[in-house]
Design a protein around this ligand. Structure first.
Ligand SMILES: Cc1ncc(COP(=O)(O)O)c(C=O)c1O
Length: 343
């Protein structure tokens, strides 16, 4: 057994590195926390002998004010993951059906299994877009349907008008998870007015996270918003003392530092465009990724062989496609070096 001192050393050395140009498999933010966020977090550490709020009402109010929605429309989760599970627990029963695209964010098949749901998958088209007609058709027999916008792993974005048409076809008692985990990376013309959407479609839950653009993946903070009636139902499933003390200060400090965050987001988007452009110049096709990652479909090269042994951590898919998170220029160079080696 390790000595207590050894266990501490082990625990500290097991912490992930904040800056690691090769860590491109989880769509994290490549930058360490902003100084203002770090200092707010160290202040909150001084009070961890105390419980957080029984239910995260202050955090809910902060997020509602920031996004221009009513407090009774917001639920808070342990990451977007926690929000999604909260929705599934509130609105489904074992044996119900959940519709999702394939491939999708790895979490969804796991969440469906945890909630004992039957997954129905609808393949993406060859450019990584949803087949919204087929999904609407499948949704007529489902309790929940998921659309990620931008999509993970392809980064593609369905036009707002197509989403509206899709929502109009989904039965009112089928809950739609509109997963906007990467929304902050979208250019203004691609954004959907979420608050307006949920007033028109009472069955939509917009899911967001502080794990991606906000760079707080390790703190596990996410939220969802929807129409007040559904929001009140979801809030009844809010876990008592379920959101740690640090969440409130980290979110408040991040909102305060929004202009610095926006600058980081612009840098990541610019790096993504640069990598896409350089890959295009090498004749490598990527889907039209709009988030902080790119997706290279299977048919262009044996991607596993390309990246194995390079030290780069990327996310491979069973069909041979690969998703690569945008990092620093050093990360971009490492990716291009690996790709060039086989072209
Ligand atoms: C589309 C999508 N939804 C949800 C999540 C879960 O995020 P969180 O860290 O907030 O649980 C992810 C994480 O990669 C994701 O890609």
């Amino acid at each position: 057994m390790a000595s207590p001192r050894g266990a501490l050393l082990d625990a500290v050395s097991a912490l992930p590195q904040a800056v690691n140009p090769l860590a491109l498999s989880l769509n994290e933010c490549p930058f360490p926390p902003l100084p203002a966020v770090r200092s707010a977090l160290s202040t909150s550490n001084d009070a961890v002998n105390r419980y957080p709020e029984f239910l995260p009402e202050r955090l809910r109010s902060l997020i509602a004010g920031h996004d221009g929605i009513g407090e009774d429309q917001v639920v808070i989760g342990v990451g977007a993951t926690g929000v999604i599970m909260q929705v599934l627990h509130a609105v489904t029963s074992p044996g119900d059906t959940m519709v999702m695209s394939s491939p999708t964010f790895d979490g969804y098949p796991i969440f469906a299994q945890m909630a004992r749901l039957r997954s129905v998958t609808v393949p993406l088209d060859r450019h990584g877009h949803h087949d919204l007609d087929a999904m609407a058709e499948a949704a007529t027999h489902a309790r929940v349907v998921v659309v990620c916008r931008p999509h993970n792993p392809t980064g593609t974005v369905e036009p707002a008008a197509d989403i509206e048409r899709f929502l109009a076809r989904v039965p009112a008692d089928t809950v739609v998870l509109l997963d906007e985990a990467y929304v902050e990376f979208l250019a203004a013309e691609h954004r959907i007015d979420g608050p307006s959407l949920v007033t028109r479609f009472g069955n939509v839950v917009v899911v967001r996270t502080f794990s991606k653009a906000y760079g707080l993946a390790g703190l596990r903070i996410g939220y969802g918003f929807c129409a007040p009636e559904l929001g009140r139902q979801l809030w009844t499933m809010q876990l008592p003392f379920g959101i740690g003390l640090t969440a409130m200060v980290a979110v408040a400090a991040s909102y305060d530092a929004e202009s610095q965050l926006r600058q980081r987001i612009r840098m990541i988007a610019a790096e993504r465009r640069y990598l896409q452009m350089r890959l295009r110049a090498l004749g490598v096709y990527t889907t039209d990724g709009q988030a902080n990652f790119i997706y290279l479909p299977a048919d262009h090269a044996p991607w596993r062989e390309v990246f194995d042994g390079t030290g780069l951590q990327v996310r491979h898919y069973v069909d041979g496609g690969v998703r690569i998170t945008i990092g620093s220029r050093q990360s971009t160079r490492a990716v291009l070096w690996a790709v060039r080696a086989v072209r």
